[in-house]
Design a protein around this ligand. Structure first.
Ligand code: MTE
Length: 322
């Protein structure tokens, strides 16, 4: 985002089934521990019967009222046109460079102003509450958008379980730091690890989810496996991928993009068609997957989620707090 790129072309033929090859271990591990811990999780994750495909199905999830009724972005675009600087700065890098990334075993450390200050395993997320499908419109600050059927948990469920103390005003999300598996971290394009954050009321909003899957399958590496944040009324950069720490803080977290370019990226990052980014208009967007000649569409305030989140920002000057 900070780095101007020569090409903005959507590759159509990059995703291959090998991308999912290294997910077998995760599901074996996750499935096994889920089943041993409690029989009720049996069948939640099903290896597909087709040996030629290594995509990992998640069969057990509930549909919710939160979906948008829009055409889904093709899976191949969602998995081959990515921003994930730990794997390179071009859109095509993550799907290629994350092939050897190993998202299992995986633990998440819950830290800071919270009673349950402890490490939990990725499988614990499957136990907290039933996974929900949320079809969300996603808007990138660069001016493109997608519609993605996520599978995840409301972040509020994790927060309620973790029991933050009265000092917890913000939640900070910290991504993995490992330059052996994440070659992009050998280059200081950002101050690694990737850090994002939310105000506590934003984190508790029912729209905010921790995603473990999409399109009925576990998250591909390039989309943030095994666990990422999804906040549909904010620009995509709020959605930290490969999260290893969730920290409850009293002060506003210093997030990666704010540190990299405070004039270009704000902490709030609310989708706002009336406040342009210095380099990209925010008034309209290009829906990925529609072909090069598809007309741009008008961007909506809060990405169309004003009814659910508008009240969080009453009295806040959104041109200053962008
Ligand atoms: N998370 C990490 N750890 N590293 C990143 O570079 N990029 C962000 C966000 N999460 C990023 C990240 C940006 S800029 C965007 S737009 C979204 O991920 C893109 O998510 P997608 O590739 O799944 O569409």
């Amino acid at each position: 985002m900070l780095i101007t790129k020569k090409s903005d072309v959507i590759p159509s033929d990059i995703t291959s089934k090998e991308n999912f090859e290294n997910r077998r271990t995760l599901i074996k591990a996750t499935g096994a521990s889920i089943v041993t811990a409690s029989g009720i999780f049996t069948g939640m994750l099903n290896r597909t019967a087709n040996a030629a495909s290594s995509k990992q199905k998640i069969s057990n999830f509930v549909k919710t009222k939160y979906g948008v009724d829009e055409k889904l972005t093709p899976y191949d675009d969602v998995t081959s046109y990515n921003n994930y600087y730990e794997f390179g700065t071009s859109k095509t890098d993550p799907s290629i460079e994350s092939r050897l990334f190993e998202p299992s075993p995986w633990s998440i450390s819950i830290e800071g102003a919270v009673k349950k200050n402890k490490q939990i395993g990725i499988e614990d997320f499957f136990r907290l509450a039933p996974l929900e499908e949320r079809i969300y419109r996603m808007r990138c600050v660069e001016g493109w958008s997608m519609v993605i059927p996520w599978l995840g948990l409301p972040l509020s469920k994790l927060i309620q379980w973790a029991e933050p103390t009265a000092n917890a005003k913000f939640v900070e999300f910290i991504s993995l730091s490992d330059d052996r598996m994440m070659p992009g971290q050998r280059i200081p394009v950002l101050d690694w690890p990737y850090v994002e954050g939310l105000r506590m009321d934003e984190a508790m909003n029912p729209l905010t989810i921790m995603a473990l899957g999409m399109y009925g399958e576990v998250l591909p590496n390039q989309n943030g496996a095994p666990l990422r944040l999804v906040v549909p009324w904010k620009y995509g950069f709020k959605g930290a991928k490969a999260i290893v720490k969730i920290r409850f803080t009293e002060t506003m977290p210093k997030t990666s993009w704010v540190k990299a370019g405070p004039n270009e990226y704000g902490f709030y990052a609310n989708v706002n068609p009336t406040v342009d980014h210095p380099r990209w208009t925010q008034s309209s967007e290009r829906r990925i997957g529609g072909g090069l000649f598809t007309p741009r569409i008008k961007t909506q305030m809060f990405n169309g989620y004003t009814e659910q989140v508008g009240q969080l920002y009453t009295g806040l000057d959104l041109s200053k707090n962008f």
